[in-house]
Design a protein around this ligand. Structure first.
Ligand SMILES: Cc1ncc(COP(=O)(O)O)c(C=O)c1O
Length: 349
């Protein structure tokens, strides 16, 4: 039941990855150096089409955390600047903001987005209330992790833009769960994972950056690309396309994952998204009814995941290692993996 954390890669896609690895080990120089761009461009072009972007604005990164690091740590912050995040953000990404703010003597501001939530406007309003003249960047989830809400991201981006604030969309969960047209959304930055709902191998994620924001952006790992330029590529791509010697087979397999998944159902990706949404909605109805708890948001705000409030008898149980006892029992007795997390979102205080 927990596809959201790490996804699961189909055997056919793993086979494609294995073939890339075979070619890499058979001829490392040819594969990793001389003809590196061939499978890279194939994967990037397929991804560009899938997410509604131009290939030249897209780079691969190993995961969403790396993308967020690149963006936030490239900012030239001044003391007193504000970085905005929300009470629904993902801990690893918040840590990046905390660290950047600490170094620059800037301030992290956390918008108290409510949960439970009755309508998308409540999210928008909570974020806008937290904006000040000093806000430099807002890091906003497209689909939140613990609370599993689809944020009204388009309206959020436009309203922030109207106040002169750049948005970094943390879209770790979005690709494959919601239809994406990043070229139309046009935030300053968009980070997405491909190992979750696109079912690509682990190590495949992307960062999209609006043209006017590409110049000052450095990858989390600086390598050859800063002074080795390739004809036909943007400087942004030069900097990000090579991050030292790592196995590139996960990102190279992205086209295979997108294509293989598209053939799973007659209606392709649209039907996969719709079916996953219907399953999540149905499961939430069953659980809320059995557990006797109220839904935490309208069904229209759900994608392929749902968060269900546990009744009082499950609250505050002792931990068994990193998990709650009940969570361990669900796996032991029923083979069910599902995330438990403490209710009540983290706030600024
Ligand atoms: C909203 C959100 N952001 C970022 C991440 C981090 O993803 P990764 O560990 O692949 O970097 C996750 C992971 O679940 C997430 O849910």
């Amino acid at each position: 039941m927990n596809h959201g954390s790490f996804g699961a890669c189909p055997k056919a896609v793993l086979a494609a990855q294995t073939e890339f690895r075979r070619r890499m080990e058979a001829e490392p120089i040819e594969f990793l150096w001389r003809r590196y761009e061939e499978p890279l461009d194939r994967a990037r072009n397929a991804l560009a089409k899938f997410v509604g972007a131009r290939a030249k604005d897209l780079v691969f990164v190993p995961n969403a955390t790396t993308a967020v690091n690149a963006v936030v740590r490239s900012l030239e912050l001044r003391p007193g600047d504000e970085l905005l995040t929300t009470a629904h953000d993902y801990n690893a990404c918040r840590n990046v903001v905390v660290e950047a703010a600490r170094r620059a003597r800037a301030k992290m501001v956390v918008a108290d987005v409510p949960f439970p939530v009755g309508k998308p406007e409540e999210i928008l309003e909570a974020i806008m209330r937290a904006v000040t003249r000093r806000t430099r960047l807002a890091m906003i989830d497209h689909v939140s992790s613990h609370t599993a809400l689809i944020f009204p991201i388009k309206r959020i981006i436009r309203e922030l833009e109207a106040r002169g604030v750049d948005t970094l969309v943390d879209g770790a969960h979005a690709p494959g769960m919601v239809a994406l047209d990043i070229g139309r959304l046009r935030p300053a930055y968009y980070a997405g994972n491909l190992h979750k709902w696109v079912c690509a191998p682990k190590g495949a994620a992307f960062l999209w950056v609006r043209e006017d924001k590409q110049e000052g952006l450095q990858p989390a790992v600086v390598s050859h690309g800063n002074n080795q330029l390739r004809p036909g590529y943007t400087r942004f791509q030069d900097r990000f396309d090579w991050a030292g010697t790592v196995d590139p087979s996960a990102k190279f397999s992205v086209a295979d994952a997108i294509q293989w998944m598209a053939k799973l159902l007659p209606g392709g990706w649209r039907e996969i998204r719709q079916r996953n949404h219907e399953l999540a909605v149905k499961a939430r109805r069953i659980l809320c009814e059995r557990l006797g708890t109220e839904p935490m948001c309208p069904e229209s705000m759900l994608g392929s995941m749902a968060t269900v409030r546990l009744p009082a008898r499950f609250q505050g149980r002792p931990l068994n290692g990193r998990f709650e006892e009940e969570q361990v029992k669900l796996y032991r007795d029923f083979g069910l993996r599902c995330r438990f997390f403490e209710s009540g979102c983290r706030r600024s205080d």
